[in-house]
Design a protein around this ligand. Structure first.
Ligand code: NAD
Length: 310
């Protein structure tokens, strides 16, 4: 396993990270024992970066991850989030940030997290995030309950703009660097490099669109993006390949993020994703995929407040 430093922090994290949202049934009900096996197998294989949130399964994922981590907490770098509690349930107040870390720590059976991230900032008021939420997260950091702080979200510009006004240690961007779209590289990478902010890429499989199983019902992309994803999967299948391997390998080949977080709850997916690190994408395939995705490259969709989603 290869490890990279997360920005200016002292955290060395595996380039393949464990996204724990599936542990909260976000992609359908899981076998809990299997989820635990996936966590243990990942740790034993050198995956040391774990990302979770109270939102995933409305605290279910934190609780399940915490149980699976018993006796193993110190072997990993643990990231959780705050401020998002339901599909439409957000609270970016300082009071909530400071109060909720205790619940996360209790569920995670941990004394501290390595990274506390403000979850999906595009749903909040920009000024509040800058003047109230990030300073509150810094207070949590000073209390010792979080070692570093970060922000997460979908539209890259607001992540960059907020971080340029209220410094953070890390930014987690999702579904903006993958086989379908790569604008994380244009918008966030230059800023993070200049400022020494750790950059993390989430949803390399485009929230399951880039798998043979296909996107879940709730996938937020417009139909034309989903259709393009299905065509990419078909082209890989025609060549005897799994689109998930191609999609993950493509992301793992990008050196400007500290880690690529893939959502997992099954040991066989952990095994397959570890193997994808060694996989070589056949010549010509990426060019073919590019012709399929080109028409939808600039198709984005609104998540959060419209004024935050330019
Ligand atoms: P993803 O693109 O990683 O896809 C996950 C889905 O793919 C799950 O259904 C999983 O079972 C399946 N899968 C995993 N490996 C597979 C394989 N080899 N073959 C077939 N299917 C496979 O999407 P994600 O889970 O949304 O993103 C990864 C992680 O990034 C999340 O779990 C979360 O930790 C983080 N994330 C954070 C935010 C945020 O903070 N706003 C948003 C999205 C993702």
């Amino acid at each position: 396993m290869q490890y990279r430093k997360l920005g200016k922090t002292d955290l060395e994290i595996s380039i393949l990270g464990f996204g724990a949202s599936p542990l909260g049934n976000e992609f359908g009900a899981i076998d809990i024992a299997e989820g635990e096996r996936a966590v243990h197998f990942a740790i034993d294989s050198g995956i040391n970066y774990f990302d979770v949130a109270p939102y995933y399964g409305r605290t279910l994922a934190e609780g399940r991850l915490g149980k699976a981590l018993e006796g193993r907490r110190e072997r990993i770098v643990l990231a959780t989030k705050c401020c998002r509690y339901d599909v439409n349930g957000f609270d970016f107040s300082a009071r909530r940030v400071k109060a909720d870390i205790d619940g996360s720590l209790q569920r995670l059976r941990a004394d501290y997290v390595d990274l506390l991230q403000i979850h999906d900032i595009e749903f909040g008021d920009r000024r509040q995030i800058i003047e109230e939420t990030i300073p509150a997260a810094r207070e949590v950091q000073r209390s010792g309950k979080a070692r570093y702080i970060g922000i997460t979200g979908f539209p890259p510009k607001i992540l960059r703009d907020v971080a340029s006004q209220a410094p953070v240690d890390a930014i987690l961007s999702y579904a903006r660097y993958n086989l379908m779209v790569t604008d994380l590289d244009d918008i966030l990478r230059p800023f993070c490099q200049e400022q020494g902010v750790g950059l993390i890429n989430g949803s390399p499989l485009h929230m399951r669109l880039l798998t043979d199983e296909g996107a879940p019902e709730w996938h937020p992309a417009p139909e034309e993006v989903k259709e393009s994803g299905r065509q990419v999967a078909a082209v890989c299948r025609e060549r005897g390949l799994r689109v998930a391997d191609v999609a993950l390998r493509f992301c793992l080949g990008y050196p400007h993020v500290a880690s690529t977080l893939v959502g997992m709850s099954k040991q066989r997916h952990v095994e397959q994703n570890l193997r994808a690190m060694e996989f070589e994408i056949p010549p010509g395939l990426l060019r073919k995929i590019q012709t399929l995705t080109e028409p939808v490259k600039n198709t984005v969709w609104i998540t959060g407040r419209p004024e935050n989603c330019d």
